[in-house]
Design a protein around this ligand. Structure first.
Ligand code: CLF
Ligand code: SF4
Length: 493
């Protein structure tokens, strides 16, 4: 079977197709569709190539953001205006602001170079609906050049209701609204002011208006069949318990996904929360809340809080390769690479989904109680295909009686640079893997492996290049053999 490493780097289309055929995978999807059985076909069409709306798609497809919308109409206590909108991007990062024309040049250049590109998002650096003219001009121009690119926006919701019909006319079928509260008293602790209908509002009144507009916008989008994702920033002691209520409200109003993101509040970012010592949640606190929300509005757990000028697969950032000074003056869109990539993915993906469902069913059969947290080093394609020392993040899966579920990711500093591992960096990686039982990677040296063992984490490269779920099932079987009804507990290292 052709690996995604090969897919991503291959430019010779004939060689690429030949490799696939050698692998014996000649049908369009190896006889298996990636569509989940319980999903309507029209919904699947909308999400199947969107890396944020489909966890499975994020192994294959990339998004890019263009920072065309700098103006904002509210103030969030986790935002510093010097930086980009923290509702959809990592706080403390400044993007190169673009005009719609510059954005068009950037999108076409990226589409020619990054075959995984499927979605163009506008997530600031202010509010995409408030700075509407630039958002609209960018989407219109890009759609003329690349008609199949999916358009996606993120907004705080205050200016959303007046633009819902235009969003529909422009075929935008993915909208994110950041909703941190449904109780204005809690909102007053998050939003010091809003600017609405030429007037500034503060306190509970400001949050009441924001709340009403957010709910109105969500209901309007649902009524028109536009998919919505709700982002909520988890702020311990402010809205963490309250997000259970938010989840219920948005589910009732048809939200497709709920994405609970951890507050990032470094003092050096100069936000109100950062300067007043408001902490963000730990990885395990975030997971505990997500587990509590399980069964409500469907959760997105693979968000990477990407930069507002991010380019590439989620968790990867190629934005620095496409800064303004590197863009050509003249643009010409060549769809060849994107089309060839899609052809290969269509084949690989069906195979992956089939292998995944076998592994998940088998884990459900074998495990009766307990759980195992597994951190995976991967470069994409749904495989264990990254070296431990090269990983900048680990994807975390939980094997339990529910099967195998993606539960999040842990960002780390790359341990091995220039062929040498840094002990201090390894300490940070081990700390980031808090609660993890096993690490799966494509290769690991004895030294980091021993130190992980000493920290109670087993690490193995025995399942290199396997599909992630197949590898996790193998771990489960290594522990329990064919004993059904076993209790799953961390394996000794
Ligand atoms: Fe961008 Fe957001 Fe669209 Fe995705 S990101 S506007 S929905 S295309 Fe995705 Fe990035 Fe998380 Fe956003 S991983 S921060 S959820
Ligand atoms: Fe900042 Fe975004 Fe909030 Fe506006 S909506 S204040 S840009 S985080």
């Amino acid at each position: 079977m052709l690996s995604l490493d090969a897919i991503s780097s291959v430019i010779d289309l004939d060689a690429m197709r030949a490799k696939l055929d050698e692998g014996g995978c000649k049908s369009s999807s190896c006889g298996s569709s990636a569509k989940p059985d319980d999903m309507e076909a029209d919904i699947w069409e909308k999400i199947k190539d969107h890396p944020c709306y489909s966890e499975e798609a994020h192994h294959y497809f990339a998004r890019m953001h263009v920072a065309v919308a700098p103006a904002c109409n509210i103030q969030c206590n986790y935002c510093n205006r010097k930086y980009d909108c923290a509702n959809e991007s990592r706080p403390g990062v400044v993007s190169e602001k673009l005009t719609p024309d510059q954005a068009l040049r950037k999108v076409v250049t990226v589409a020619n170079e990054v075959p995984q590109l499927s979605v163009l998002g506008i997530a600031g650096p202010g509010d995409a609906c408030y700075d509407w003219k630039k958002t609209k001009a960018t989407f219109k121009e890009v759609s003329k050049y690349i008609p199949d690119i999916k358009l996606c926006i993120s907004t705080n919701g205050l200016a959303l209701p007046e633009h819902v019909d235009e969003l529909m006319d422009m075929n935008v079928d993915h909208v994110t609204i950041t909703i941190n509260m449904v109780d204005p008293e809690i909102g007053a602790k998050i939003y010091p002011w809003i600017f609405y209908k030429h007037k500034r509002y503060t306190g509970i009144e400001a949050s009441q208006i924001l709340h009403e507009r957010q709910m109105q916008g969500l209901e309007m989008l649902t009524a028109r069949g536009i998919l919505t994702k709700i982002n909520s920033v988890m702020i311990p002691g402010v809205n963490d318990d309250h997000l259970v209520e938010v989840n219920k409200w948005v589910k009732e109003r048809g939200a497709f996904l709920h994405n609970v993101m951890p507050l990032i509040s470094e003092a050096e970012h100069g936000t109100h929360f950062g300067l007043t010592g408001q902490r963000g949640p730990t990885a395990m606190e975030l997971k505990a809340l997500q587990d509590e929300l399980d069964g409500g509005a469907k959760l997105m757990r693979h968000c990477r809080q990407c930069r507002a000028d991010a380019v590439g697969l989620l968790g990867e950032d190629r934005g620095q390769e496409f800064t303004l000074d590197q863009l050509p003056e003249e643009i010409h869109y060549d769809p060849a690479k994107r089309e060839a990539y899609r052809e290969v993915v269509a084949r690989e993906r069906g195979d992956h989904v089939a292998a995944k469902s076998v592994a998940i069913a088998a884990v459900k059969d074998v495990v009766e109680t307990g759980s195992l947290l597994v951190a995976v080093a991967t470069k994409g394609g749904g495989r264990v295909n990254e070296h431990f020392g090269h990983a900048k993040e680990f994807q975390v899966y939980e094997a339990s009686p529910k099967g195998i579920v993606f539960v999040g990711h842990r960002k780390v500093e790359q341990y091995c640079l220039g062929g040498f591992g840094e002990d201090a960096t390894l300490d940070g990686v081990i700390a980031a893997l808090e609660g993890v039982d096993v690490v799966l990677c494509a290769k690991i040296g004895d030294c980091p492996k021993d130190q992980l063992t000493a920290a109670g984490i087993r690490a193995t490269d025995a399942h290199a290049h396997d599909y992630i779920e197949t590898a996790i099932f193998a771990l489960v079987m290594e522990t329990f053999g064919a004993d059904a009804g076993a209790e799953l507990a961390p394996m000794s290292a």
